[in-house]
Design a protein around this ligand. Structure first.
Ligand code: ACO
Length: 319
């Protein structure tokens, strides 16, 4: 039987840091309000000429190096993003070219903040088919481009960044189980409802959100999908070493951990430094905790995501 395992992680954050204090000069807000409501202190913002594929490249190079392989050995490249460089070609194809490789399939996954967990499950299925040995899965976003910097209710919540993993075929299971869901009837609570038509942007090109509705749905589905995924593995919340929920808001993380009865010390939190980086948030948090030595080989980690669509999912990973 062939399984997939994570053999390398990587992350990339643009150099520019925007603190809550900096935001006080842009919109009518305060460090105190933002921190109390969200746990966020700062976020990284890409330069105008930096695209999602540029951030993806930084994360991918780290993950490939940590995996001990070379880019030409990749059999599959998946990029999860809602802020692609172009309408087409895909950010994954642009990343493939930047990595200097050709031929392996490369495509984007669009599931907003759940995109990385969706991508991981897709890559796992490719590897389990026995026809692909190494897969690169990246979450990369420049959400700063789709924020309305006059809307204090949304612009304080997001940041830019990329995270990546390399999956390898293995005889021992690394990804034990994944569960994915979507409910398109809730599309309106979190969306960027613009499009390009006749050479012009039509509709609204900025992120819009019903914060309270998103908060309530996020806490409910993160608990549900955690229990669903653990049940498939015949495990309890107490069996996992680390919980990595989508890094949207520290109150969502705390509420999820509490409902699952998980000690907050076993939850990886990066939202304070990265804010919400959408599809990049889970792989960036994973990479942070691998590099600082908290997550070690053999640890069981539950990755969870929730985002626009509405989409949500979870994956139980043994490192
Ligand atoms: N600074 C200061 N005041 C603000 C700000 C701000 N940045 N934003 C809103 N306010 C004000 C509002 O105008 C309102 O004022 P009023 O009472 O005079 O009308 C007051 O603060 C309360 O606003 P609410 O929207 O009720 O605040 P709430 O407690 O719901 O917190 C928040 C808002 C933080 C967005 C919360 O709803 C939330 O975290 N929702 C989850 C959304 C989320 O995490 N989205 C990320 C994307 S989704 C995802 O990744 C799954």
């Amino acid at each position: 039987m062939t399984y997939s395992r994570i053999i390398g992680t990587g992350g990339y954050l643009p150099a520019k840091v925007l603190t809550n204090r900096d935001l006080e000069k842009i919109v009518d807000t305060s460090d105190e309000w933002i921190f109390k409501r969200t746990g966020i202190r700062q976020r990284h913002i890409a330069e105008p000429d930096q695209t999602s594929s540029d951030l993806a490249l930084g994360a991918a190079q780290q993950a490939i190096s940590a995996a001990g392989i070379t880019a030409p050995e990749l059999d599959l490249i998946i990029v999860a993003t809602s802020t692609p460089d172009f309408i087409f070609p895909s950010t994954a194809c642009l990343l493939q070219a930047k990595l200097g490789v050709k031929r392996c399939p490369a495509f984007d996954v669009q599931a907003v903040c759940s995109g990385f967990v969706y991508g991981l499950d897709i890559a796992d299925k490719f590897i389990r088919s026995g026809r692909h040995r190494y897969a690169l899965v990246v979450g990369a976003e420049v959400f700063s481009r789709i924020l309305d910097w006059n809307d204090r209710a949304t612009c304080v919540l997001f940041g830019d960044g990329a995270g990546a993993v390399v999956l390898a075929a293995d005889s021992r299971p690394g990804l034990h189980a994944s569960v994915l869901h979507a409910d398109g009837s809730q599309a309106g609570i979190l969306s960027t409802p613009g499009q390009v038509c006749g050479g012009k942007v039509t509709g609204d090109p900025f992120l819009r959100m019903d914060g309270k509705a998103v908060f309530k749905s996020a806490v409910r589905v993160l608990e549900e999908v955690a229990r669903e995924t653990l049940a498939l593995c015949d495990m309890q919340p107490s069996d996992i070493d680390w919980l990595i929920p989508h890094q949207a808001n520290v109150r969502i993380l705390d509420a999820t951990a509490k409902k699952l009865g998980i000690d907050p010390a076993r939850v990886i939190v990066t939202v304070d430094r990265h804010a919400n980086t959408s599809a990049a948030s889970v792989p960036l948090a994973l990479d942070t905790a691998v590099r600082d030595g908290r997550i070690r080989p053999g640890h069981k980690v539950l990755l969870q995501a929730v985002g626009g669509g509405f989409t949500w999912g979870a994956t139980l990973v043994e490192m």
